[in-house]
Design a protein around this ligand. Structure first.
Ligand code: ATP
Ligand code: MG
Length: 349
């Protein structure tokens, strides 16, 4: 693996007395895509926002987040401001609320390009003073090009529209165009296609991964959809109650998951041929931050839990680059691929 672009080490985030992310370790190399999956409330968005120092008011961070040589947890506001939307871009979970309802898409895009695109940005972290008349034609042309790049069919029409005049899919494409405006080396996409139909989802993710790969940039893709991440990402990290449960190569891990939580997520996913009534949701709920202790946080819902699960879970290395945090793993019989060679858990793509 080449030199990591992003290294998250022993990273924790607390709000007041409650820890919502605990001891996260993740790396991302240039040209690589990493999926972050997990149930609602597991801490995916907090992690995404924390990387660029926007965890939220009152957030306390421990550990390090290295972006190349810069430790983002101790970086100055000026450094963070210059990186945001530039070398590091974040596509927020809710596209419509991330756009300013008072301005046209064109204006929002031209402002972002003027501030963040390498050809225009004239000073890292400088205050926004507007753009000159003479810059307008070039900014406009670039905005339209980015909208095309994001797969917007009627880019000109969209350029003049206000956010409320666009469909959900169009807003997501605008967010993608905005996220690409700074030619980011790291793109963090927090559920960029939620609530869109499967065709549009795939189109947007295809564009996004193509762009990222072509520039040897890295992608952190947050999603609930294991079908999509198995198609579009190289590695996966499974987050539960603020902790990594399992991490490894996406397709291999999803074909033969080792952690009972990953298996639970897969069993709860509908597939094309799932017979009616046969989905198995994971019983119970994610423990709230004030209910968490040192033991395995999944043990209250785990079908394989034993008394030893109350101890801190150990890292079990399945193979190089694939680790699972389940104290029972070395002793538990994991269902392996059937003798025919097919995966234990087949995802349709
Ligand atoms: N600003 C905040 N103050 C206090 N707690 C917060 C704050 N933001 C998030 N949390 C808590 O952090 C935990 C993780 O939230 P987060 O939004 O990261 O979950 P998520 O995995 O992104 O969920 P979803 O899939 O629903 O988007 C939750 O328990 C949430 O209540
Ligand atoms: Mg979220």
């Amino acid at each position: 693996m080449s030199q990591p672009l992003l290294q998250i080490q022993s990273f924790s985030v607390s709000f007041g007395a409650f820890r919502v992310l605990n001891n996260i370790h993740l790396t991302l190399a240039p040209g690589e895509s990493l999926a972050l999956v997990g149930e609602s409330g597991s801490g995916k968005s907090v992690l995404a926002r924390s990387i660029i120092g926007c965890a939220g008011a009152g957030a306390r961070q421990e550990g390090t987040v290295l972006f190349r040589e810069t430790n983002l947890t101790s970086a100055s506001d000026q450094t963070l401001t210059s990186l945001r939307g530039g070398k590091i871009s974040l596509m927020l979970q809710d596209a419509l609320s991330a756009l300013n309802p008072l301005y046209t898409i064109g204006r929002q895009m031209m402002e972002t390009i003027a501030l963040k695109h390498p050809a225009f940005a004239k000073g890292a972290g400088r205050a926004w003073k507007g753009f000159g008349r003479s810059d307008k034609p070039a900014l406009r042309a670039m905005a339209l090009e980015l909208l095309h790049e994001a797969g917007m069919d009627r880019a000109e029409e969209c350029f003049h529209a206000f956010p409320h005049q666009l469909s959900g899919g169009m807003c997501q494409r605008v967010m993608l165009a905005l996220a690409l405006a700074g030619e980011p080396d790291l793109l963090i996409a927090d559920e960029p296609t939620t609530a869109l139909d499967v065709v549009v989802q795939k189109q947007i993710l295809h564009r996004l991964t193509q762009n990222v790969r072509a520039r040897r940039a890295a992608l952190l893709l947050i999603s609930h959809d294991l079908h999509l991440v198995s198609e579009f990402t190289d590695r996966i990290a499974v987050l539960y109650a603020g902790q990594i449960m399992e991490t490894g190569p996406t397709r291999k891990l999803l074909a033969n998951p080792r952690h009972p939580y990953t298996r639970g997520l897969l069993e709860a996913m509908p597939k094309a041929n799932t017979p009616k009534g046969s989905l198995r949701p994971i019983a119970g709920e994610v423990p709230a931050p004030w209910e968490r202790d040192q033991g395995c946080l999944f043990r209250g819902r785990c079908p394989k839990a034993l008394a030893g699960c109350a101890l801190p879970p150990q890292e079990y290395v399945v193979e190089n680059g694939w680790a699972s945090f389940c104290g029972q793993l070395p002793h538990t019989t994991i269902p392996h691929a059937p003798s025919g060679g097919g995966p234990a858990y087949a995802l349709c793509s």
